[in-house]
Each structure stands twice: as C-alpha cells, then as structure tokens.
Design a protein around this ligand. Structure first.
Ligand code: PDD
Length: 286
C-alpha cells in the first residue's frame, strides 16, 4: 500500500506528491520544518512543536497557510490515512513558488507551500537505546540563527554524513571549544557530581522540544539541572552523556571520537530519563 502525503490541501500518493522547481524551499531553503513523533498512532508533544513552528515562521516573516489547529488536524488525518502506529510526521512550510527566481520575498500573492509526510520508526524499541551510540565531533559551520528550524540543513547533512562514514550515530558540533548541539539532536551530560548539563537556549542552538520536556521532567523530580555550555573534555570526564530529539527521545552516547564516556555503556540516569520521557509522551499524546 502506497504511503500518503499531504501537499497544499490534498492527500495524495507519495509518488505523486510534488512541488514546483520554483518553490523557494527548493531554490533558497526559504522554509521551516518540524518533526513530531508518533507513538501508538498519537502525536507526541505536538503543542510544543507547533509553538516552535509558529515562532520559526514568525522569525522569517512567513505566514502559515493554515491555522495551528488545522495543521494538527492534517497531521492526525495523515497518521490515520497511513495507518501509522509508530514513527513521525514531517511537515514543511516554504514561502511558495513565485514566477521566477528572485531573492527578495514574492510581492504578488504567492501562497506558502505546506507539505507533510510520515515515516515508520519504532522509537521506543530502537536497538540503539540499549547499546548506546558513538558520536564524532565536527566544527559547527552553520549560520548564526540556529534557533530557527530552517530547512537549510547542508551543514548538518555534511556533519551527519561524516558521522555515518565513521560508523557513528550522530555528530556533535563544536564552536569556540564548546558543544553546540548534535546534527539533529540536543546534547546532555551527567557530571561526576550528578548534575545534568545541557547548553542554554540562544541563537547558537535549536530550542529542542524534547530537551525542554526532559529538563522540566528532571527538575520536577528534584534532579539537578544546569543549562550551560560544556566542552568535549568535560563530556569525556562525565558519568554519562546522551542526546534528545523527537526521533530518538533520550538516547545514550557511549563514546565521543572513539573515546569512552563513563564505562562505555548507557548509564542509569540516561535509562531513567528515557523511561520518564516515554511515560510523559504516552500520557500527553494527542
Ligand atoms: N531534529 N537540534 C537540532 C539541530 C535538530 O535538528 C533537532 C531535531 C534537535 C532536537 O529537537 P526536538 O527535540 O524538538 O526534536 C536539536 C529533527 C528531529 C530532525 O531534523 O529530524
């Protein structure tokens, strides 16, 4: 059975889901995206993703073609039409297709493009959750507004390709001697004195929805959390390290550039936070 995608108001087979070569998402990466996880057919932490979508489009003066409520309805409809149990919904909105290639925003009444598709992934039972992943470090060569969830992901494509070639599960990007974030994830460590450390939000990183939920869940349980930058040296001296994102939830990191973190196995705090997050996800799914 062919997958169904959503394109500008229509549900169509994925192979027929197309946009113009003049689409500004294609020509200029002039667009914003979101990825929300699906567990047991329900959207995870979607209000947080939609809030970030609204913020991102606002930062680039792009008007959403549909209300957030309607976007959530479409996400749900797409999950249903694909009989999706576990996986994610990808959504992208671009500044649409003008009549040519002009850098400045279209003057005419050009409608933004809105597309969505789903993919299958059993996030909860992913084998990497048990084994942990290795990461490599790469220089962070991205633009200065990483807080905007822009589809301009070339730096991350190169970072994650380098990771794949090194048989690593993620790339940690480094700037001024400190970890900014993963290619598509937020980075955490657990220090020797049991402080959970993750970089503070700002224009240097994407404000991760999973990061935000994990910080809140940890604080509610009186775990100590510090939002500050940390170096790779500090991560290698830590008890544990992990990443968070909509597509992995909480994922242990057991080595960095081939050097062990802790004892080289997923640690108890990472496992605990993963369980806490999965419980939260199930309890708040829509
Ligand atoms: N990426 N940092 C970056 C650069 C990301 O691309 C992502 C997510 C995150 C984690 O954010 P969240 O917890 O809201 O998923 C942090 C998505 C999953 C992706 O590009 O596939």
């Amino acid at each position: 059975l062919e997958q169904i995608a959503y394109v500008n108001g229509a549900f169509v087979p994925l192979s027929e889901a197309k946009v113009s070569v003049l689409d500004r998402g294609f020509l200029f990466a002039d667009g914003i995206y979101e990825v929300a996880a699906v567990l047991d057919g329900k959207l995870i932490d979607n209000a947080s993703h939609l809030a970030r979508l609204q913020r991102s489009v606002g930062e680039i003066s792009l008007a959403l073609p549909e209300s957030l409520d309607r976007i959530q309805e479409i996400q749900k409809e797409l999950v249903k039409r694909n009989s999706l149990v576990n996986g994610m919904v990808y959504l992208e909105v671009t500044r649409g297709a003008d009549s040519g290639r002009d850098f400045a925003f279209p003057k005419a009444d050009v409608k933004p493009t809105l597309i969505m598709f789903t993919s299958v992934k059993d996030i909860v039972n992913a084998p990497s959750a048990k084994t942990g992943i290795g990461v490599i470090t790469v220089p962070d060569i991205r633009w200065a507004r990483r807080d905007i969830k822009s589809v301009a992901l070339l730096a991350q494509v190169l970072a994650k390709q380098a990771a794949a070639e090194a048989n690593a599960g993620e790339a940690w990007m480094i700037e001024d001697g400190k970890v900014t974030e993963g290619g598509s994830s937020s980075c955490f460590i657990l220090t020797q004195d049991d402080v959970i450390v993750t970089r503070q939000n700002g224009s240097e990183i994407l404000p991760g929805c999973t990061r935000k939920a994990v910080v809140k869940l940890a604080e509610e349980r009186q775990l100590r959390v510090e939002e500050r930058a940390f170096s790779v040296e500090e991560a290698l001296a830590a008890k544990e390290a992990f990443i968070t994102s909509a597509t992995v939830f909480v994922q242990a990191v057991v080595s960095i550039d081939g050097k062990k973190v802790g004892n080289g196995k997923p640690g108890p705090m990472t496992d605990r936070l993963r369980e806490i997050y999965v419980d939260f996800a199930r309890a708040t799914a829509v």
